[in-house]
Design a protein around this ligand. Structure first.
Ligand SMILES: [Zn+2]
Length: 243
């Protein structure tokens, strides 16, 4: 069931009416790798803009059922309560520089966080992606949720988070560090809410999204895991304000 999509939407503070990334429908094989593409796609769901993606009624009903499930309602509320923790995690991630082709330190930290949340088999793949799978109840689809580790800022740039006039600033604090922190929140809330997903969920911090990285991380994941049924690419918060 598409529970996780709702969480992901919630953690980006975007109300997405229906998003169907967990079913087996071919349309959901969203091979959208860059955050820009994914954001454009997801953010226009249900809107009146051009390129609106039509959501099948059966998928919409599935979403409504999940959204109204009391366990989901309470888990989403708990996410809001825990937002300060997620922000602190975002700061920790931000302050580990991850220039293009030099994401290894941040990848190692993200891997640790996956393992600490019960994904003991999490690993770094040959490309440098940090990947952990949260098992479903069995026989379900395989859903990939990813956010990219790399930032556009070169080596040597100070990524210390600074508070000025009530706002936090740092190179790369949004794109896509927010997505990484949101993913960890999703794992936490799944673990603590007792919600069992049908899908196996593959959480990935992927390398090489920006510029010359040419999506090398996400390409490697799809090359290595052809059985992926659905993909949610987590973009940074500011890019999701399309509604
Ligand atoms: Zn990005």
């Amino acid at each position: 069931m598409p529970i996780v999509a709702l969480f992901v939407a919630q953690t980006s503070r975007l109300q997405i009416p229906a998003l169907s990334a967990v079913t087996r429908a071919p349309i959901l094989r969203l091979l959208l790798s860059s955050c820009a593409l994914a954001v454009g796609c997801f953010a226009q769901v249900g809107s009146a803009q051009q390129n609106t993606i039509e959501i099948d009624d059966s998928v919409r009903r599935g979403f409504d059922a999940v959204l109204n499930d009391p366990r989901v309602v309470s888990a989403l509320a708990e996410l809001k309560v825990r937002e300060p923790e997620a922000i602190q995690e975002q700061f920790r991630l931000t302050e580990i520089p991850a220039p293009p082709f030099k994401e290894d330190r941040r990848a190692a930290y993200f891997l640790e966080q996956l393992k600490a949340r019960g994904l003991e088999d999490a690993y770094l793949d040959a490309e440098g992606n940090a990947i952990g799978v949260r098992k479903g109840s069995g026989d379900g689809p395989l859903l990939l949720i990813a956010a990219h580790l790399d930032t556009v800022f070169p080596e040597g740039v100070d990524t210390t988070v600074q508070l000025r006039d009530g706002r936090y600033y740092a190179p790369g604090i949004g794109d896509d560090t927010r997505g990484l922190a949101a993913m960890l929140s999703v794992i936490d809330i799944l673990n603590d809410s007792g919600i069992q997903t049908e899908a196996d969920i593959m959480f990935a911090g992927n390398v090489g999204e920006e510029g010359r990285g040419d999506l090398r991380g996400i390409k490697a994941i799809f090359r290595d895991h052809p059985s992926i049924d659905g993909f949610i690419s987590r973009g940074p918060h500011h890019q999701w304000r399309h509604r």
